[in-house]
Structures are given as structure tokens and as C-alpha cells.
Write a protein that binds this ligand. Structure first.
Ligand SMILES: *Cc1c(COP(=O)(O)O)cnc(C)c1O
Length: 395
């Protein structure tokens, strides 16, 4: 079936970009575990290098297994093409390296992924790149930060771990007017739940470590630009700095992505029910989940997302101490960072993922000491509720 005929995301995760292997008809995309590709003769080698002939040269530059994954995710995100990377951080650093220079200014979401903020502040700053972090959930904050040299608007929505949303369409409008490139880290939603390019973004990227692979067994990333021009600029830099994905990694992610639509459905159903359970629990002070009417941007979630995702955060009435008691008492949920796996994971951002962010910046980003982040998996709902209930009883 032609990819363009696919109507349902349940189909596209399985079939987009996937073709039986021409060599032996293998239904599963083979793992082309090779660093290099033989040329038939010197003329062919030269033609491959000059670009006159399509074909593979060397795995850092391209590989059929990696290409199958890139085509799949590019289809899901409705982009020009995909660029798979060694990790989500490799995707982020490749985009910044490719598009910014020493005079560039970046505007970013205050509660952006912890390592993104650290790499921008401690590495890219060395090369003269300046960054302003702001609460991008209010478009006026973004407008206030725009400078003559603003090159990138780099947002994350839903943001980690506060679940604050940023209006992608509104950002795209401002970015277009000011000639700024809009990059969206779509890791928290996954391509099943949100498609930033359809809302006007220029580049979408993911840590495929999370929902796309979904099995907590691979680290990887992917970049999907909307245009050929951006694709070529970024791909060139990726192959030069060598942040490519490995073929075996790509094969594992291809295996994981096939169930993405099913996993998204089950995990967000669980998350919706758990959010309501927690919201009504006497020991819980607050819950932030885009699916709850109490989320300040519930209407925006309904507008730009196809569902509400599987991640929430909450705080207990007993604060930090009670929260620690609770996460030490869960039996089914695993105390671990990361998210988007088939198993439910719970963690405390202020002392774990965001420990390196200063107290002042944490406060500005809304990462309070009592905040617990829960990434809901695909277990049976009854078991998850019982686990959280018994852990709350211990508090
Ligand atoms: C995990 C994550 C990253 C980094 O991805 P890695 O695969 O760990 O390098 C970036 N952004 C978000 C939102 C993430 O959750």
C-alpha cells in the first residue's frame, strides 16, 4: 500500500516507510549492521559521492534500516524527511549547531527538559549563543523576548515536568512574522497525540527513547523538518558531527513504534482515570494533567492535541516529605526517570531530573519541591490505582 493512501495512525505506525526487503522479501526491515557499503566499481563510488547516483556510502551518512525509521516518523509528523540521531540530546544539539551562529539568540520554554537547558547554558553559551527562558505558555512573554538576532524559538509542550502548554499555532504566527525558526520538542506528546508541523512549526524533534520506542530499552532521537531546505542544512551537520543513530538502535525503535497508537490509547486512558483518582484523594493537594478541566489550558489541550497524553504531576498536602514517602512506597510503579514506556514510572524532578537547575530558575519554571511526576504506562488500571492508593496510605 502507498503511504499516501494511509488514513489511520494505527496503520501508519505499522506500515509507513516499511517495505518488504528487496533482497529476500524479509517482512521485518533487516538490520543492516554495516559501517560501509561496497561500490561495484570506481565510477559508481564517485557517482555516489557526487550525488549523481542514489545509494548508500557509509552508515554515518545513511543506512537502510535507519532510513526506514526516518521515513516512518517523517510520515507520522507530516514532515519533509527524518534525521535519526544517537539520542534526543543529539537531535537537540544538532539542530542548534546547524542553525545558530555566534551572534544568535534563542528563546526557550522556562521549564524545558533539564539537559537541554544545561547544554545551552554551559556549552552553546561558550560559542556566544544567548538564550532567554520564559514562560512560553503566555505568547506575550515570547514577544517581549524577541531581539533583532533571535534565530530560534525552541518550545516544549507539554513542558517537562510542569505540564504547562504552549500554543503552537500562536508561536508559529509570531515566528513567521519575525523570521524566526520554530522548533518544537514533541517528546511529551508523541506524534500520535500532537503534530506541530501541521500547526505551523518549522521543525519537530523527539527523544525516541520515550513514547516512540516505548519500551525503556533504547536511547535515541529524531529530527523532522518541514522543508527540504532545513532538512538539508541539519542533515549535513548531523553527518559531520556524527550524531547518527545506529542500525540496531533504529531496528529496535521500528519494532517499538508499531504499537505506538495502541500504547498511546491505553496509557492516556489510564492517565485520565488516575488523574481523577488523585484529584479526589484526601492526601493530594493538587494535580496537573491536561485532560482535567482544572488544567489552566485544558481548552488549548483540546484544540492542539489529539488526547491528553500519559504524563501528569501532582503534589501532596504533606509536601516534599510526604511525596518522598509516597514514591518510596510504590510497588508496581517504578521509581525511575524517563517516561513514555509501557511501564509506569514515578520520579521527583527537583532532586532528580532538574537537580542541576538553580533554585531560582526552578521556581520561575514552576518546579516546586513537592512536585511528583508520573508517567503512566499500559498496565491494567485497577492495579495502578491500587498501587497509588496503598502508597498514599503509607504517608
Ligand atoms: C528525554 C528527553 C530529552 C532527551 O532525550 P535523550 O534521548 O535522553 O537524549 C529531550 N527532551 C525531552 C522532552 C525529553 O523527555
Amino acid at each position: 500500500m502507498k503511504d499516501s493512501k494511509i488514513k489511520s495512525p494505527y496503520t501508519s505506525v505499522i506500515h509507513a516507510g516499511q517495505h518488504p526487503d528487496p533482497a529476500f522479501g524479509s517482512v521485518s526491515v533487516p538490520i543492516y549492521q554495516t559501517s560501509t557499503f561496497a561500490f561495484e566499481n570506481a565510477e559508481q563510488g564517485a557517482a555516489r559521492f557526487s550525488g549523481e547516483e542514489k545509494g548508500y556510502i557509509y552508515t554515518r551518512i545513511g543506512n537502510p534500516t535507519i532510513k526506514a525509521l526516518e521515513d516512518n516518523i517523517a510520515f507520522l509528523e507530516n514532515g519533509y524527511a527524518g534525521i535519526a540521531t544517537a539520542s534526543g540530546m543529539a537531535a537537540i544539539t544538532t539542530v542548534i549547531t546547524a542553525l545558530c551562529d555566534k551572534k544568535s539568540h534563542i528563546i526557550s520554554t522556562a521549564s524545558i527538559y533539564g539537559a537541554t537547558r544545561v547544554v545551552i547554558d554551559s556549552v552553546f553559551s561558550k560559542f556566544g549563543i544567548e538564550t532567554d527562558y520564559t514562560d512560553t505558555s503566555d505568547i506575550r512573554n515570547i514577544e517581549r523576548c524577541i531581539k533583532q538576532n533571535t534565530k530560534l524559538l525552541f518550545i516544549e509542550t507539554p513542558a517537562n515536568p510542569t505540564m504547562a502548554l504552549t500554543d503552537i499555532e500562536a508561536c508559529a504566527k509570531v515566528a513567521k512574522e519575525k523570521n524566526i525558526i520554530l522548533v518544537v520538542d514533541n517528546t511529551f506528546a508523541s506524534p500520535i497525540i500532537q503534530n506541530p508541523l501541521n500547526l505551523g512549526a518549522d521543525i519537530v524533534l523527539h527523544s525516541v527513547t520515550k513514547f516512540i520506542n516505548g519500551h525503556s530499552d533504547v536511547v535515541g532521537g529524531i529530527i523532522v523538518p518541514e522543508s527540504r531546505d532545513l532538512f538539508e542544512q541539519i542533515q549535513k551537520v548531523m553527518t559531520l558531527i556524527g550524531g547518527n543513530m545506529d542500525p540496531h538502535q533504529a531496528w529496535l525503535v521500528l519494532r517499538g513504534v508499531k504499537t505506538l497508537a495502541l500504547r498511546a490509547e491505553k496509557s492516556q486512558d489510564n492517565a485520565m482515570k488516575l488523574a481523577r483518582f488523585l484529584e479526589n484523594h484526601p492526601k493530594v493537594k493538587w494535580v496537573i494533567y491536561p485532560g482535567l478541566e482544572s488544567h489552566p489550558q485544558h481548552a488549548l489541550a483540546k484544540k492542539q492535541m489529539n488526547g491528553f497524553g500519559a504524563i501528569m504531576c501532582f503534589g501532596l498536602k504533606g509536601g516534599f516529605e510526604a511525596g518522598h514517602q509516597m514514591i518510596n512506597s510504590v510497588k508496581l510503579c517504578t521509581l525511575a526517570v524517563s517516561l513514555g514506556g509501557i511501564e509506569s514510572l514515578i520520579q521527583h524532578p527537583a532532586s532528580m531530573t532538574h537537580a542541576k537547575v538553580s533554585k531560582e530558575d526552578k521556581e520561575k519554571a514552576g518546579i516546586t519541591d513537592d512536585l511528583i511526576r508520573l508517567s503512566v504506562g499500559c498496565e491494567g488500571y485497577e492495579d495502578l490505582e491500587e498501587d497509588l492508593a496503598q502508597a498514599l496510605d503509607k504517608v
